[in-house]
Design a protein around this ligand. Structure first.
Ligand code: KG4
Ligand code: ZN
Length: 335
């Protein structure tokens, strides 16, 4: 009998619900929260309130898109963490009450594992990575290099010591007047700019760890200096600023990913997280001539979504890894 699972994601500023039938996604509804735009970042209290408003319509929409009734579900998977506590609580309380009222198992999911495991969602027979693989989680909240031995045995081997890679995009974008999240706009403008117009330094961080906060300071100084010379600096140079910034971010990322390959000898690399939608990062790694097997998620599974939560729900369901109702949500949740 095929398994039908409802996945619920509410860790940050997207309220999302998805239905999976075994490893095939039937629906994936995402409500974005426009309310944060004018603040230049996510406001936690506003996020929780928006989740409360969105959760019932989003779940109903996911069920109706999949043409499924609540009582046909076999289990409910939800994001336990990491994320904003108030936001996590909205999704977890909803998932717990629904599993209780339907009398079906509850499955807790680590959001960061889900960003990587969405790779296993069925996609027209497309080839999947073997284990072990190096998972590269690049999102707004995290920058992690993870050695994945199997679906659930994941070993963190590198991470950012300060800002995440997504924050590098978002904070630099804010300096030149872009709305949050700035990543997609920088990606788009980079295509029209010169990568070597501005030079930003590459931080010297030991091992497989990253640092992105220096880049933001570097970028700010460059913009301030430019504005001193010409008030129209941002307007004139925005494409070149974006292209040079993105090229620097790619360089920082690639150095560490290639070091991880050298260190572990693992040649399969699976990317995940919002920043893995970046076209410059995709092109760079897909064009590498290093005899590596590179996998990127489908675009719709890069930024936060419940399809990835439902996928992990399915993998855990098969191993009967169910969760107790009293499990607490975790703002910090190790992989
Ligand atoms: O995974 P995600 O949706 O949320 C977290 O779990 O953090 O990632 C959001 C991040 C934001 O920083 C956003 O700017 C970035 O992903 N992002 C991109 C692109 N699309 C989204 N960054 C660069 N290029 C993109 N195309
Ligand atoms: Zn995420």
């Amino acid at each position: 009998m095929p398994i039908k699972i409802l996945g619920i994601e509410s860790s940050c500023d997207e309220t999302s619900a998805a239905i999976i039938l075994d490893n095939k996604i039937l629906s994936n509804v995402i409500a974005n929260q426009e309310v944060h735009k004018k603040y230049g970042g996510v406001v936690p209290e506003l996020a929780s309130r928006a989740h409360q408003k969105n959760i019932i319509p989003v779940v109903n929409q996911a069920l109706s898109d999949a043409n499924i009734e609540k009582n046909q579900l076999d289990a409910i998977a939800y994001t336990r963490g990491p994320g904003l506590l108030g936001s996590l609580l909205v999704g977890s309380s909803f998932a717990k009450s629904l599993s209780m009222s339907l009398g079906i198992p509850l499955i807790e999911v680590n959001h960061m594992q889900a960003h990587l495991l969405c790779h296993f969602i069925e996609d027209n027979g497309k080839e999947k990575s073997n284990f072990p693989f190096i998972g590269v989680n690049i999102s707004g909240g995290h920058t992690q290099i993870i050695l994945c031995h199997n679906y659930f045995k994941m070993e963190l081997i590198g991470e950012s010591l300060d800002d995440s890679i997504g924050e590098a995009f978002d904070k630099c974008g804010k300096i030149i007047g872009f709305d949050y999240p700035a990543g997609p706009q920088i990606d788009k403008k980079s295509k029209k700019g010169k990568r070597d117009k501005f030079k930003f330094s590459i931080p010297n961080v030991e091992g497989l760890n990253f640092s992105f906060s220096g880049l933001k300071t570097n970028f700010r100084r460059c913009v301030e200096k430019g504005l001193n010379d010409d008030i129209k600096f941002i307007e004139i140079e925005s494409n070149n600023l974006c292209a040079s910034l993105q090229a620097t971010i790619i360089k920082i990322l690639s150095q560490k990913v290639l070091s991880a390959v050298a260190k572990t000898g693992v040649k399969n690399i699976v990317f995940g997280g919002g920043v893995s939608a970046n076209s410059g990062i995709r092109n760079y790694f897909l064009e590498l001539k290093e005899n590596l097997n590179i996998y990127f998620p489908k675009n719709q599974y890069t930024t936060d979504n419940a399809a990835m939560i439902a996928m992990v729900g399915y993998l855990k369901f098969k191993e009967k890894k169910f969760s107790k109702l009293e499990l607490a949500s975790k703002a910090r949740y190790k992989i």
